[in-house]
Design a protein around this ligand. Structure first.
Ligand SMILES: Nc1ncnc2c1ncn2[C@@H]1O[C@H](COP(=O)(O)OP(=O)(O)OP(=O)(O)O)[C@@H](O)[C@H]1O
Ligand SMILES: [Mg+2]
Length: 392
């Protein structure tokens, strides 16, 4: 087990700056997920941690030891790749044994014929076999040891890749989108297995994904990455409810958070989409801001005007227990999305005018630079006061 310390890592490929000063401290035993869109630099950072790629600047420590000069196999990390990277000509047992054989046997001992005759080889090989079998059994793949990768399902290959990482008892697991080649149902099942594995082993996991559901369900903390920089590192619920930056708010959550241009009218009220909301921005009147509100923080109101938004229903998406109402607000380009429990929305139909109340405590305000404006309500002093109770 080990903590991990990433200090100001930079990496360029030619003129392209892929990592632009990434710093992150990961606790011993923590499950940390790097979450970000395709191409933001997640795999590059993971490969630098593993020692498969060299950074241009910055430093990595694992378990209090600087590892910048260490080769991958001396870093005490194991990596599970998206492609699984299993050797197709080898059996599951041989694939799993390989990292142990590489570590425990000398180059001569690994020679196919001569190696077997050398003293100690047989004993070490037997120990490796025992460890491979034990690990395979613990992941429920003991019966597959004699098969080749081509004879396995996607889920089984994924388990073999994890098992191969596990046999070495690494201090840190690095996993690069290990579930992305699986179908949706299997992905959910394997997600639970990875979580269980982390709890059982208790070692540090750094997990890369662009799937926010994976990040939110697996992680102790999520590091949101964009364009080679970390925008926010926090617990999943804080990333969702308390984003530091507009880009984080927009990347997390499905359907996306609603973003509306607004202007501070006076202390305690904001003009947005033809309505006035009782929200204290603590910004001078006339300052343009962006108001973010998640679809579930909106609900039908009795009438429009102060405290509620009014629009015309464009369409309704039925999702089973919930539905998403798309609302056209005057002067706003994108439809406002409202998430409602299906049993409370049976009266809503396309073309109809709908008033929706806004939960002031769920409003997120962003400056035009994208930075979140912190409001006093978050420091315990409730400066957000509804003009009137919003009809439920
Ligand atoms: N060896 C390389 N040479 C040149 N450019 C590279 C190299 N490896 C990665 N890149 C570029 O660096 C950027 C980051 O790549 P990286 O693989 O780290 O992204 P990622 O976040 O893992 O994306 P994905 O989710 O698609 O896997 C991309 O623009 C990619 O094209
Ligand atoms: Mg990648």
């Amino acid at each position: 087990m080990a903590s991990l310390f990433i200090d100001s890592i930079r990496k360029n490929y030619g003129p392209t700056s892929v990592l632009r000063g990434v710093s992150l401290s990961i606790a011993d035993g923590e499950f940390l997920t790097l979450l970000g869109p395709s191409g933001c630099g997640k795999s590059t950072l993971l490969r630098i941690l593993a020692g498969l790629e060299v950074q241009d600047a910055g430093s990595i420590s694992i378990g209090g030891r600087t590892v910048d000069e260490l080769r991958p196999k001396r870093r005490d990390v194991a990596m599970v790749f998206q492609s699984y990277a299993l050797y197709p000509h080898m059996t599951v047992a041989s694939n799993m044994a390989l990292p142990l054989r590489m570590r425990r046997l000398s180059a001569i001992q690994r020679l196919p014929l001569l190696g077997r005759l050398l003293p100690g080889t047989a004993r070490i090989a037997a120990e490796v076999d025992i460890e491979v079998t034990r690990t395979a059994n613990s992941l429920g793949i003991g019966h597959l040891l004699a098969r080749k990768p081509v004879q396995l399902s996607g889920g089984q290959r994924q388990r073999v890749a994890v098992a191969r990482a596990m046999v070495r008892h690494p201090a840190v697991f690095l996993m690069d989108e290990p579930l992305s080649n699986l179908d949706a149902k299997l992905r959910v099942q394997m997600r639970a297995e990875i979580k269980e594995l982390h709890q059982r082993l208790g070692c540090t996991f750094v997990y890369v994904t662009h799937d926010q559901a994976e990040a939110m369900t697996l992680s102790d903390r999520v590091a949101v990455m964009l364009d080679g920089q970390l925008l926010q590192v926090a617990a999943p619920q804080d990333i969702y409810a308390d984003p530091a930056d507009r880009r984080v708010a927009e990347f997390i959550g499905s359907p996306k958070i609603n973003m509306l241009d607004c202007v501070v009218r006076e202390r305690g009220s904001i003009d947005v989409a033809g309505s006035t909301l009782a929200i204290d921005a603590e910004v001078l009147p006339g300052v343009p801001l962006t108001l973010g509100i998640r679809p579930e923080a909106l609900h039908p109101a009795d009438h429009g005007g102060q405290g509620a938004l009014t629009g015309s229903v464009l369409s309704i998406e039925h999702m089973g227990s919930d539905l998403f109402v798309h609302l056209d607000l005057a002067g706003v380009d994108d439809p406002l999305i409202v998430r409602l429990p299906a049993d409370r929305a049976s009266h809503i139909a396309p073309g109809q005018t709908l008033h929706v109340g806004v939960r002031p405590d769920r409003v997120l305000l962003f400056g035009r630079d994208g930075q979140r404006l912190r409001r006093e309500v978050e420091s315990g002093r409730a400066s957000v006061t509804p003009i009137r109770e919003i009809a439920r």
